[in-house]
Design a protein. Structure first.
Ligand code: ADP
Ligand code: MG
Length: 238
């Protein structure tokens, strides 16, 4: 579960061809990082996968089935945003439970799932607090908790750590990597931060102006960058 295949996916906004045509395979359980400079189309590509934007052309397969025209909620993917998007008036418990309540899950089952997610994310002590009583890192964990309870086929992260200070970012990077090892769920992670890409990814997708420059493991990209853009971006000595 959790493979995502893009076939000739394109996106046009008015006159602007933001994504000319992308082919990409994301395998089940992989941690894939989209990296590239600001404005290169990382968020757009992630939003196309999530279904938050319609493709202009091409096809998106989720677990081998055509998901191109599915509504976001039908794709079984969970998006985690940088802005947390928590409900300020609700407790941590209610924030995490929210998607399950919306799905009319029985309360006992909700309680169990929230407790499990809180345990995984070290949030058990904070369940009755409101978001404003939490640190930035804890808020980000709540946002991830709200994704975990839905048991998605894949997590889609859009620069989830960019609002955090440097020290906390390093911590959260480790936490998300550990979470991936624990859950073994596919993760697609967008960042403009090369260090994040190099330390977290199984597979890095280097984007430039809506095109893929290169796909490979951190080591492959470092040792054999295909061109100067990749070399410069990854910081390898080519
Ligand atoms: P990144 O996440 O890599 O910084 P984005 O995917 O947000 O880049 O944006 C890629 C390009 O698409 C940018 O030039 C941006 O201005 C443009 N773009 C993104 N969303 C829209 C939109 N809704 N309407 C018009 N242009 C957009
Ligand atoms: Mg972006």
């Amino acid at each position: 579960m959790g493979s995502i295949v893009l076939k000739k996916v394109s996106k046009v906004f008015g006159e602007a061809k933001v994504i000319p045509s992308i082919d990409l395979e994301i395998n089940e359980g992989e941690f894939v990082v989209f990296v590239g400079p600001s404005g290169c189309g990382k968020s757009t590509l992630l939003r196309l996968i999530a279904g938050l934007e319609d493709v202009s052309g091409g096809q998106i397969l989720i677990d081998g089935k055509d998901g191109t025209n599915l509504a976001p909620a039908q794709r079984g993917l969970a998006m985690v945003f940088q802005s947390y998007a928590l409900y300020p008036h609700m407790s941590v418990r209610k924030n995490i439970a929210f998607p399950l309540k919306m799905a009319n899950m029985p309360q006992a089952e909700i309680d169990k799932k929230v407790a499990d997610a809180a345990h995984v994310l070290n949030l058990t002590e904070y369940l009755e607090r409101k978001p404003r009583q939490l640190s930035g890192g804890q808020r980000q964990r709540v946002a991830i908790g709200r994704a975990i309870v839905r048991q998605p086929k894949a997590f889609l992260f859009d620069e989830p750590l960019s609002n955090l200070d440097a020290a906390l970012r390093v911590n959260m990077r480790l936490e998300i990597s550990e979470l991936h090892q624990q859950l073994k769920t596919t993760m697609v992670y967008v960042t403009h931060d090369q260090v994040e890409a190099m330390t977290m990814a199984d597979k890095i997708v280097v984007l430039n102006r809506g095109n893929i420059e290169q796909v490979g493991s951190p080591l492959e990209l470092y040792k054999s960058p295909r061109n100067l853009f990749v070399a410069g971006f990854i910081g390898s000595p080519k």
